[in-house]
Design a protein around this ligand. Structure first.
Ligand code: COA
Length: 274
């Protein structure tokens, strides 16, 4: 059961841009921001999925969404997408760098291209998103990178994702310093663990089973999309104005016990018979 703890107008008049906003966590964030009064620019690669999500957002909250197709790996395309969104709704108060890609793969079998695919989407994509929006930000803008427990928890079959997300959190801390100031940007990361209804959780649950994954967590269940979206509201509103360079873990305590790391490692050993 979800509880409304935010005022219904907490994001009224705010403009947000959300990469990866056509699906999963990022779409849930877009919906929640729109519900709380924001106008949202969603950016994603797949035109059909993008139009579907924009249609749903505008049906639920008329005029709330503007969609632009771009691949976050392409810096110039991201610059154009950010400019086009700002032209439509105005300068940005909130930037969510959420586009991500992942798969399970043994390190010794990852091609350069496979390793680069995830690093380029997650790490370079976050950099491209923030850089593209920098000149288009309102004062005291809230920048949020979607990270993952892999940034600090080593996980077998996740060399590419661990490296990419560690980079994302280092980038967040760096930009918090570089772009800070009383009227400057707040730059934080949100690190959800396993979230029900996402491709990410499906990949892990298929490999190890949900019970093995979440059973050892202090909060032994998957997160809901609503919980993640509400954490993203906190990071986007004045409640978090004094927080910067921080990673907010919303992971049921996964990072305390390395539960998924151990479960994935066990599954990997069985799968690879070693
Ligand atoms: N296992 C192993 N290697 C994979 C792979 C997988 N599941 N998916 C992609 N790769 C490799 C490809 O083989 C290729 O390497 P190669 O050129 O040496 O063969 C390289 O990664 C790029 O693949 P490509 O399909 O061209 O990349 P893409 O940019 O279209 O897609 C992902 C990359 C990560 C988005 C893709 O794996 C994917 O669709 N994942 C599932 C969706 C997802 O990640 N959702 C978000 C979860 S957080």
């Amino acid at each position: 059961m979800s509880v409304d703890v935010f005022r219904a107008d907490v994001l009224k008049g705010k403009v947000a841009i959300i990469t990866g906003g056509s699906s999963g966590i990022n779409k849930a964030i877009a919906m929640r921001y729109a519900a709380l009064g924001a106008r949202v620019v969603i950016v994603a690669r797949d035109q059909a999925k993008l139009e579907q999500a924009a249609g749903e957002l505008n049906a639920a909250y008329a005029g709330s969404c503007f969609a632009v197709s771009a691949d976050v790996r392409d810096g110039a395309a991201m610059d154009a997408a950010a400019a086009s969104g700002a032209q439509h709704f105005g300068r940005y108060d909130i930037v969510v760098a959420g586009a991500a890609g992942n798969f399970l793969g043994p390190a010794e079998k990852l091609s350069s291209n496979a390793f680069a695919a995830v690093v380029d989407i997650d790490l370079k994509g976050t950099f491209h998103t923030f850089r593209a929006c920098h000149a288009l930000l309102n004062p005291r803008a809230h920048l949020i990178a979607i990270s993952a427990p892999q940034a600090t928890v080593p996980m077998a079959l996740q060399a590419h994702a661990c490296a990419a997300k560690a980079g994302v959190e280092a980038l967040v801390r760096t930009l918090a310093i570089e772009w800070g100031g009383l009227e400057g940007a707040r730059v934080n990361a949100l690190s959800p663990g396993l979230v029900a209804g996402t491709v990410g959780a499906a990949i892990f649950c298929k490999a190890s089973g949900e019970a093995a994954l979440v059973g050892a967590q202090p909060v032994p269940r998957l997160a809901t999309l609503r919980e993640v979206a509400d954490a993203a509201v906190f990071l986007a509103c004045p409640l978090s104005d004094y927080m910067t360079g921080h990673t907010l873990a919303l992971d049921g305590g996964l990072t305390l016990v390395n539960a998924s790391g151990a479960a994935i490692a066990a599954a990997a050993r069985i799968a690879l018979q070693r």
